[in-house]
Design a protein around this ligand. Structure first.
Ligand code: ATP
Length: 341
């Protein structure tokens, strides 16, 4: 089976080919090709109109590259793909509409089914797929989101989430304040290595958490001439300890003994080490996919798309509208049995 994936919820215009004999599990000979083109704002953060302009220019090119790759792999099979999967939401509406239009056009061109994928469930499923874990709890630590998901009775339930901004967006707001170019996460990681811990507010309420107070305090500290390296260290230690605490509580409450990480902030080495240590201490398994599957990418869309296609979970063109507020718990999971809770 060969599935084309198209991703474009915000900054990454990305297309991928996932080729496998068995989409239900990771196999040694499966093949994932990803072609991405990132939007880089000249100043400030992600501007929705500029991001959509980038998407409009970049999506046709990355899709064409992935289709050419599919044709090479198909060796004359026609059509070269069996289905087209696209990120249906959540994300920026103007970007999603471009991706949806491209996916419909390719599906009609090759006369193959269309699959609408929830971007946040894809962040989770790529970790579950590549780890081979049965029923993990997932921490999605991405730009626009931060939540814990666990599977029960046919849906991914939101066990806890941010009460305000996404974790990466919060970090990026601080780095914009100190004049660093987007994206801020990798710069915070670099500077934190040379810093001493500067205390910042720690806000966890049960299973939920908040970043807005931390960001205000971090901006204030930098205005008060606390060395930026120390603020970065304080940010990492505080935010990641909060995420680790809530992940541990999710494991404890669900009785799960597997944790997977998803999302672009998950590329952070300190976050991975804190989660791994917590899992080691409680005898749970931890898995973080390679970076190319953590940041936004079409590989995860193609992998989950293949599972959905194999389960018959496809969309009619006339029902394939995007949903910019598509929550993970809105998805009726077709590719796992209800007994697998
Ligand atoms: P979502 O997946 O919720 O739509 P998104 O579209 O912003 O979010 P992602 O690729 O998941 O995209 O995450 C991007 C975020 O990851 C940015 O906020 C960026 O600063 C952050 N990030 C990237 N690398 C690192 C790192 N090494 N440490 C911390 N944060 C990082």
């Amino acid at each position: 089976m060969r599935v084309l994936g198209i991703e474009g919820t915000a900054w990454a215009a990305s297309a991928a080919l996932f080729e496998t004999d068995d989409p239900t599990r990771a196999t040694d000979d499966e093949h994932v090709f990803i072609e991405s083109d990132a939007y880089q704002p000249e100043s400030g953060g992600i501007h929705p109109r500029e991001a959509a302009e980038h998407m409009g220019e970049a999506i046709p090119e990355v899709v064409q590259t992935a289709i050419s790759h599919a044709r090479e792999r198909a060796g004359g099979d026609d059509p070269p793909i069996d289905a087209v999967a696209f990120s249906r939401g959540p994300g920026l509406g103007p970007c999603l509409r471009i991706v949806g239009t491209a996916a419909r056009a390719v599906a009609q061109r090759f006369d193959v089914p269309l699959v609408g994928v929830n971007h946040m469930v894809a962040h989770l499923e790529v970790g579950r797929h590549r780890s081979g874990f049965e029923s993990p709890v997932c921490l999605n630590a991405s730009g626009a989101n931060a939540h814990l998901l666990g599977y029960r009775n046919g849906r991914y339930r939101v066990l806890g989430e941010t009460m305000d901004t996404g974790v990466g967006n919060a970090i990026d707001k601080f780095t914009r304040h100190v004049g660093w170019q987007h994206p801020g996460g990798p710069k915070v990681e670099r500077h934190a290595r040379d810093g001493d811990f500067h205390p910042l507010p720690y806000v966890v309420k049960g299973m939920d958490f908040s970043f807005s107070g931390i960001m205000s305090a971090a901006k204030q500290a930098s205005d008060d001439d606390v060395p930026v390296e120390d603020v970065c260290r304080g940010l990492e230690e505080t935010i990641f300890a909060m995420l680790t605490e809530v992940s541990e509580r999710a494991l404890s409450l669900t009785g799960a003994d597997e944790l997977v990480l998803g999302g672009g902030v998950g590329q952070n080495d300190r976050l991975q080490r804190m989660l791994r240590e917590m899992c080691d201490q409680r005898g749970a398994d931890f898995f973080a996919p390679e970076n190319r599957f953590l940041r936004d990418n079409a590989g995860m869309i193609a992998i989950l798309g293949a599972k959905m296609y194999a389960a018959g979970d496809t969309l009619a063109i006339e029902e394939s509208g995007i949903d910019s507020n598509f929550r993970p718990d809105d998805v009726a999971v077709s590719w796992r049995g209800p007994e697998e809770s």
